[in-house]
Design a protein around this ligand. Structure first.
Ligand SMILES: Nc1ncnc2c1ncn2[C@@H]1O[C@H](COP(=O)(O)OP(=O)(O)OP(=O)(O)O)[C@@H](O)[C@H]1O
Ligand SMILES: [Mg+2]
Length: 262
């Protein structure tokens, strides 16, 4: 059986902050339609990895290939333009703006554009925002209210609806449910399952192993700034993943071919 061309392929990605080796020689791949989890202890390099592959920061070295093309993202906007949508661990939403303005932040719809002057199409942005939010099931009484008055869960759903609505190639969620209650977490997990049905590849960072085992096809383990292995979810179990995260299990001792995928 031949492996299809990965949507995303990462080779030897490295980022050091002075003496801090946040990420060293990371190798990673994501196949079409695949949902993958990234797990690892605090400080293992997970968010650094996300920032590097979405143009927030530049790596010291390494290659990123998207759909077979070598890419270099100079900014998050650049990555978005190429179909990668990200919900960062620290939410990037504007508190003083309402829901449609947040959803269309940086890609506002216009009715008329004359050189530097343009007229925003508020009606279209409101309507499309309502459609995107309806897919998340989140209830927001008044779309024209600023985000300041909303709960953490509602804000998270706005960010996820935005990402899910615009993602063409890939969606990345960095700990999307860490601050959410049980019901809100369940909603986010439903959204992720919906994206799986739509065939949109996804990377989720999570400390919640129950969630990881429920949602993804493959689990990538980060440890002390390195990706130490990937395991197919159906070939592993939570005890093994915990052992890999803590160092109690040496990935070299795992016999499956998946253990040597990196
Ligand atoms: N801007 C920075 N400057 C210096 N060191 C940094 C910077 N960003 C991250 N680091 C360091 O790099 C390492 C990896 O951090 P990172 O945020 O990627 O971890 P993480 O796996 O996402 O952890 P968590 O689970 O707590 O979110 C840590 O030691 C962190 O202190
Ligand atoms: Mg992090």
């Amino acid at each position: 059986m031949t492996t299809p061309q990965p949507v995303l392929q990462i080779k030897n990605l490295t980022k050091h902050y002075g003496g801090v080796k946040a990420l060293t020689d990371a190798n990673f791949r994501l196949l079409p339609g695949e949902h993958a989890a990234i797990v690892g202890d605090n400080g293992a390099g997970k968010s650094t990895f996300v920032r590097l592959i979405t143009g927030v920061e530049q790596p010291n070295s390494g290659d990123i290939t998207l759909d077979g093309q070598s890419v270099h993202f100079s900014s998050p906007l650049d990555a978005r333009d190429q179909g990668i949508e990200t919900v960062y661990q620290t939410l990037a939403l504007a508190e003083d703006l309402d829901v449609p303005a947040n959803i269309f932040l940086g890609r506002e719809l216009t009715r008329l554009s004359l050189g530097p002057l343009s007229v925003l199409n508020h009606k279209a942005m409101r309507e499309q925002s309502a459609t995107m939010l309806s897919t998340t099931g989140v209830k927001i009484q008044d779309m024209s209210e600023s985000l300041r008055g909303m709960s953490g869960g509602q804000r998270q759903c706005v960010a996820i609806a935005r990402a899910a609505g615009f993602a063409k190639k890939l969606i990345i969620l960095d700990e999307p449910t860490a601050a959410l209650g049980v019901a809100e977490t369940a909603r986010v997990e439903e959204i992720v399952k919906g994206l799986k049905k739509q065939g949109i590849p996804l990377i989720i960072i999570s400390h919640n192993l129950r969630q990881v085992f429920d949602l993804v096809d493959r689990i990538w383990v980060f440890r002390q700034g390195r990706i130490i292995c990937s395991r197919l979810t159906k070939e592993t179990n939570p005890e093994e993943i915990v052992g890999l995260i803590t160092g109690a299990i040496d990935p070299a001792t795992l016999r499956s071919e998946e253990a040597v995928a990196c």
